[in-house]
Design a protein around this ligand. Structure first.
Ligand SMILES: NC(=O)c1ccc[n+]([C@@H]2O[C@H](COP(=O)([O-])OP(=O)(O)OC[C@H]3O[C@@H](n4cnc5c(N)ncnc54)[C@H](O)[C@@H]3O)[C@@H](O)[C@H]2O)c1
Length: 308
């Protein structure tokens, strides 16, 4: 059985569907803090900090693979650092202990937030010293270290990707620094105007959710012998400024974008502009399918359909 924690979030919403399609509906269990209504998947309500309940779910269902997505994201983490540390580090420790006890395979995502302002911001390499300035980034570095420890010392098969900002239309994100890119699409369609919380020159690495889900499953399917890294693969597909995104959306929708940077600008300023992902490409054949043009067509078509 496969368990997805944080299943109701931006990635989980789409990953559960993809895993159901690949393995069959009866092989997937979704889990999150709150129980959803009319949810088309076996569901277990669980706070990841409740070790007893988390272990019970794994034991009772014979879980052999976990996609651990429960986390507090960057912007939310800066506002609530203690909760961010608890969920992202202590929560992960619970997941790792259970993975060790039941010899599970584990997918645990990291983030471009692990990089601090002192690394090369263009084409940020896989191997650089990680010195993030944000609480969220620090918890993600700790997460990579914990995963590597369990891989090296306890022989647990753990894999992970440093996701860039993810853009999707099935679920509106909240609490992340790259949320502006998704919100811009939603507000362009729904309101014809968007107030963007970073300035127009802010350029960050981004990826369409379809590519992120495909990468996740591709990495989990890769033979372990081909992997030179485990919990921390750099992954890239596109980088653009907020203004370039607004211009691309404007070629489909008449909308007005106003730039009013807030505290999230400071977080964005410490992150890479683009990412070198040559190891993901050579180790497990990663190749993105969506650029900004193709992604925008897909986003606009689907959001228009939802708003009809
Ligand atoms: N979305 C992105 O752009 C992005 C980029 C880089 C890395 N990531 C990483 O990917 C993972 C998933 O991100 P996401 O975008 O789906 O996040 P999200 O915030 O959309 O979803 C996280 C989910 O975790 C749940 N959660 C929070 N605290 C919990 C707890 N104590 N117990 C159980 N569940 C809890 C939330 O209810 C939510 O449904 C995270 O590790 C995140 O750091 C995401």
């Amino acid at each position: 059985m496969i368990l997805v924690t944080g299943a109701l979030g931006q990635i989980g919403t789409e990953l559960v569907l993809a895993l159901q399609e690949k393995h069959g509906k009866d092989k997937i269990i979704a889990s999150d803090l709150k129980e959803p209504e009319n949810y088309d998947c076996k569901f277990e309500k669980c706070d990841i900090l409740d070790n007893e309940n988390y272990e019970r779910i794994n034991k009772e269902n014979g879980v052999d693979t976990v996609y651990h997505l429960a986390a507090i994201l960057s912007a939310a983490g800066e506002k609530n650092p203690d909760l961010c540390y608890d969920v992202n580090v202590k929560g992960l420790e619970n997941v790792l202990k259970v993975a060790k006890k039941y010899n599970q395979r584990l997918f645990c995502p990291s983030s471009i937030a692990v990089f601090g302002p002192d690394v090369p911001r263009e084409n940020t390499p896989q191997n650089v010293e990680l010195n993030p300035k944000t609480v969220y980034g620090k918890t993600k570095v700790k997460g990579e270290e914990l995963c590597d420890l369990y891989f090296n010392e306890h022989n647990i098969d753990i894999r992970g990707i440093r996701y860039p900002g993810l853009i999707s239309w099935k679920h509106k994100p909240s609490g992340g620094t790259t949320d502006y890119a998704v919100e811009m699409y939603f507000d362009a369609i729904e309101k014809g105007e968007y107030v963007c919380f970073v300035n127009e020159d802010t350029r960050l690495p981004m990826m369409f959710m379809d590519d992120a889900i495909r990468a996740t499953i591709q990495l989990m399917d890769a033979p372990i012998e081909s992997l030179n890294y485990h919990s921390n693969y750099n992954l890239s597909s596109m980088s653009f400024s907020a203004k370039e995104l607004a211009d691309e959306i404007s070629s489909h929708v008449d909308f007005n974008c106003i730039y009013k940077p807030d505290y999230r600008q400071d977080i964005a300023n410490t992150w890479p502009i683009s990412i070198d992902d040559k190891d993901a490409r050579s180790d497990w054949g990663w190749e993105p399918k969506f650029d900004i043009t193709k992604m925008t067509e897909e986003m606009i078509t689907n959001l228009r359909r939802l708003n009809e």
